[in-house]
Write a protein that binds this ligand. Structure first.
Ligand code: NIG
Ligand code: FE
Length: 417
């Protein structure tokens, strides 16, 4: 079929994986059409020309005044959770810190209690609702982490729920095992925390089962005070890599240091980086690890943003993700957050769109999306405007009126959660 005409179409083609991008590097096709077959893009170009060359194709006309982009990719979420942490949020507003709340038994462990108590079916429904909400807002690929179970049984329950939701939503969910989120209370005796003991259980009992059931190909660990030490994380990640998993890291959120681990172990991405300084930025630039900024966590916690401008200027690949979770990043609006980070860090329009399309795809090791060009998945979104710059300018309030996933036009359900 031939879809169009779009007033403008941003292909995101021929742009670099790493480093700064200026807006004049963007390929913008005016009055554009897209030819789609079997869920993939056959050709993009001038609508009038394609109409002649593909005269036999079914025409899918669209409204006037639409600007098309690749479907957005959210490379970091925790959207499989139960309960609410509004109480934590209120405590933070009255001056308690995220780490203080966590130490007092709130924080991540509060969500763990509620997620453990939820049935599989409840978790599937919660995940599905959230994924479909994101899809209606133009996010066609969504990474989803486990990490609120923290036992072999509950982590498998969560990963199964994500797999089940993935079968039911048109969005693509990319699962990640974050069983090493924090050490569960069962492994804390007084002030003694047995992180090695817990990680050994994960390596011997959980990861083989995750592999056998094909529930995730990615393993994540949170390196931070109150979570996992650098040394324990290295040991765990190395062993996970030996078992064939790709590695990702929550790191440099409050304390720097994890960037070196990411670089040494060739992690696919290191996410957070709010505390990354010159040393971490240089370290990352020497390797292949993608830097993922999570502005939603900065907004949720009232913390500084990751040094996105400096990361790009040092020739890093920068993706932006929502980190949607009930604790640090309760908003979950990737487009709004990317626009706000862009304003705060002086990222060009091109850099922001790269960070939520093909650079985010690279963080997920997905080579088949994030650009509108031949051979890519037909994941396409379009906004009611004549100027591509209008989308970030509206800071998330302008939402796509067309979402196409794998070549299928979706009906946008505006029902909010
Ligand atoms: O990415 N930093 C650690 N983990 C999550 C927060 C999870 C939570 O607070 O529930 C994050 O910010
Ligand atoms: Fe996170």
């Amino acid at each position: 079929m031939l879809i169009g005409p779009f007033t403008q179409l941003l292909t995101m083609a021929s742009l670099p994986l790493r480093g700064p991008i200026t807006d004049d590097q963007l390929e913008i096709i005016p009055d554009a059409g897209i030819v789609v077959r079997n869920g993939c893009i056959v050709e993009v170009g001038s609508f009038a020309e394609l109409r002649i060359r593909y005269a036999e194709k079914k025409l899918v006309p669209v409204e006037r005044n639409l600007v098309a982009f690749p479907g957005m990719i959210d490379a970091h979420t925790h959207l499989c959770w139960a309960g609410s942490r509004a109480a934590d949020y209120a405590l933070r507003l009255s001056g308690k810190s995220y780490l203080e709340i966590a130490t007092a038994g709130g924080g991540i462990l509060d969500t763990v209690r509620k997620t453990r108590a939820a049935t599989s079916d409840e978790l599937v429904q919660l995940t599905l609702q959230r994924a479909n909400l994101l899809l209606s807002r133009g996010i066609t690929t969504i990474e989803v982490k486990s990490g609120y179970g923290l036992t072999v049984h509950h982590e498998l329950k969560i990963l199964e729920a994500i797999a089940d939701a993935n079968r039911q939503t048109a969005a693509d969910l990319v699962p990640t095992c974050l069983a090493a989120h924090v050490v569960p209370p069962e492994y804390k005796k007084g002030s003694v925390v047995s992180e090695e003991e817990y990680l050994t259980v994960l390596l011997n009992e959980l990861l083989p089962e995750v592999k056998r059931r094909n529930l995730a190909s990615r393993v994540d660990v949170f390196i931070e005070k109150g979570a996992f030490s650098e040394a324990a994380a290295r040991y765990y990640l190395q062993a996970a890599r030996d078992r064939g998993f790709d590695l990702v890291i929550h790191g440099d959120q409050f304390t720097a240091g994890a960037a070196a681990v990411a670089n040494d172990l060739h992690a696919l991405s290191i996410d957070h980086l709010e505390a990354a300084g010159a040393k971490e930025i240089t370290t990352l630039a020497q390797g292949s690890t993608i830097a993922v900024a999570l502005p939603g966590a900065s907004l949720g916690l009232g913390e500084p943003f990751a040094p996105a401008r400096k990361l790009l200027d040092a020739d890093n690949a920068l993706a932006i993700a929502s980190d949607w979770n009930p604790g640090s990043a309760p908003m979950g609006n990737l487009l709004a957050q990317a626009a706000i980070l862009g304003a705060a860090q002086q990222l060009s329009t091109a850099e922001v769109w790269a960070a939520i399309t093909y650079r985010a795809a690279a963080a997920l090791k997905l080579g088949d999306r994030g650009k509108l060009q031949k051979g890519m998945k037909a994941d396409i979104i379009a906004f009611q405007t004549n100027d591509y710059r209008e989308v970030l300018y509206r800071q998330g309030e302008l939402r796509p009126s067309i979402v196409i996933k794998n070549g299928k036009m979706l009906t946008i359900n505006t029902k909010q959660l």
